[in-house]
Design a protein around this ligand. Structure first.
Ligand code: SF4
Length: 463
């Protein structure tokens, strides 16, 4: 990818200083409705049992507890040192599995679960016994011999080499580390401290050999971060050599996440600096040999994500990019999200309400959405741009039997400003994202977002 650093001027950043979604779903979470209840969710599950039998499923499990609070956190997580709370939660999670199992059994439906993603919170905060119990329970729903992938998120504060080896024995083949930044001052400012030596020790060759892929999550825009300091972090990351890197932007929303008030606003880099930190990291990683998959994902050429781009099986889901073609998603645990057929749904946030629903033998649904045909077309358009950085109008037109130019007349008009800014190239009935546009790709997708038209900014939602 051609280096476009020189084109990133203060003026350009000012013009694109509008919040955009990461499009881990379309429509985004902010459009999902609280009027969507567990009854609507059951209607969706009924359709899944009749029409969705062949599509593989990714099971997402949300474990909400953490040992200590990172000040940048925007996840739904609860800090505890009380193991009884964890055991209590697991007993309810197991009952949610029972609820789903009973539903599927009643409908003679055996879900074709091919992937598991265990996220949080900090799943590695579970001790070995708790983790083992979870696996045994999952076996009532999943044929582990049928699994293609099992990812677990790990936190350096709660993971050990012993646990990593135990995970391997239980079928976990990918891990994702929350690294964020290696600069000691930045780490202190966000209360997330770990040394490169600790990570290196955890990822000994013996342990690395047992996983197909290791991901590092990094965050830019953190307090006390600068281009220089983040460059040092990237150099350490390159030495530690993860197979994948996810480079996310810190979202400062202290009104929604009270603990973020512990971050000094005067320590935060400004917008220009943030964009430059991101762009310099992108080119640094590309120069080193990582492939830039899109938005915030990088992978080594040997990683299956790169194969996904090559064989056009890349797709975007609630966790970012994935290879292997589209899977339906079923969520378990508070805040987890579901996506199947033309339904989205999200589980309740509050643990007390989650427990109450399970006690009442109800699916713990907070909100959801049933996609219209227009949503499905726009979702496809946005996914094409995100995954393959181009859009063939006639292909979409043929697939959905629409006249693309007519259907998206207003959007094509809006794209002209992006073409003028060098983000896009237009040829006959195709747009291609330029190297500069790759850095601003969410702005290109936003043009096709029916809910954010007319320059409307995106707002992070959730309690
Ligand atoms: S480990 Fe993750 S979920 Fe837990 S507090 Fe830190 S950022 Fe939040």
């Amino acid at each position: 990818m051609v280096n476009s650093l020189k084109k990133i001027t203060r003026d350009l950043i000012k013009r694109y200083d509008v919040s955009c979604p990461y499009y881990t779903s379309y429509p985004t979470l902010s459009e999902w409705s609280g009027n969507f209840t567990s009854r609507d969710f059951i209607a969706g599950l009924n359709t899944l049992c009749t029409e969705g039998r062949k599509v593989p499923i990714l099971l997402y499990i949300h474990f909400p507890f953490c040992k200590k609070r990172c000040y940048f956190c925007i996840c739904n997580s609860i800090i505890t040192h009380d193991r009884a709370k964890i055991k209590h939660f697991l007993s309810y999670l197991f009952r949610e599995i029972d609820l789903l199992n009973a539903f599927f059994e009643k409908h003679s439906y055996a879900p074709n679960i091919k992937r598991i993603h265990l996220g949080g919170g900090s799943p590695s905060f579970m001790d070995i016994e708790e983790f083992g119990l979870l696996i045994e329970k999952l076996k009532t729903m999943i044929d582990f011999n049928n699994l293609d992938e099992f990812v677990t998120e790990v936190d350096s504060n709660t993971i050990t080499r012993g646990k990593l080896m135990y995970y391997q024995g239980k079928g976990v083949d990918r891990i994702s580390f929350g690294i964020q930044d290696f600069e000691p001052e930045v780490q202190k400012a966000v209360n997330r401290v770990h040394t490169p030596e600790l990570i290196e020790d955890l990822l000994s060759p013996e342990i690395r050999g047992g996983f197909k892929s290791v991901n590092f999550d990094l965050l830019y825009g953190l307090p006390l971060q600068s281009r220089e300091s983040f460059k040092s972090t990237i150099e350490i990351v390159k030495n530690l050599s993860p197979d994948r890197i996810t480079l996310l932007k810190y979202a400062h929303v202290p009104d929604r996440r009270k603990h973020q008030k512990l971050i000094k606003e005067s320590d935060l880099p400004d917008n220009f600096e943030k964009t430059r930190i991101f762009a310099e990291a992108v080119y640094n990683l590309i120069d080193y040999g990582y492939e830039y998959i899109g938005i915030d994902h990088f992978a080594k050429p040997t990683d299956s994500l790169v194969a996904g781009v090559r064989d056009r099986t890349l797709w975007r889901n609630f966790n970012g990019f994935a290879d292997g073609g589209m899977h339906y998603i079923i969520g378990l645990g508070p805040t987890s999200t579901h996506g199947f057929i033309n339904y989205y749904a999200q589980n309740i946030y509050s643990l007390a309400e989650y427990y109450k629903c399970i006690d009442n033998r109800e699916f713990p649904i907070l909100r959801g959405y049933k996609l219209s045909m227009d949503d499905l077309i726009r979702r496809d358009v946005i996914n094409e741009i995100l995954c393959y950085h181009s859009l063939d109008f006639s292909e979409i037109g043929r697939k959905y039997r629409i006249d693309f130019n007519e259907y998206f007349r207003q959007e094509i008009e809006t794209l002209k400003a992006l073409i003028e800014d060098g983000m896009l190239e237009f040829s006959s009935d195709m747009i291609t994202v330029t190297p500069l546009g790759r850095l601003f790709i969410r702005h290109i997708c936003k043009v096709f977002d029916r809910y954010l038209q007319g320059g409307k900014a995106y707002e992070i939602t959730g309690p």
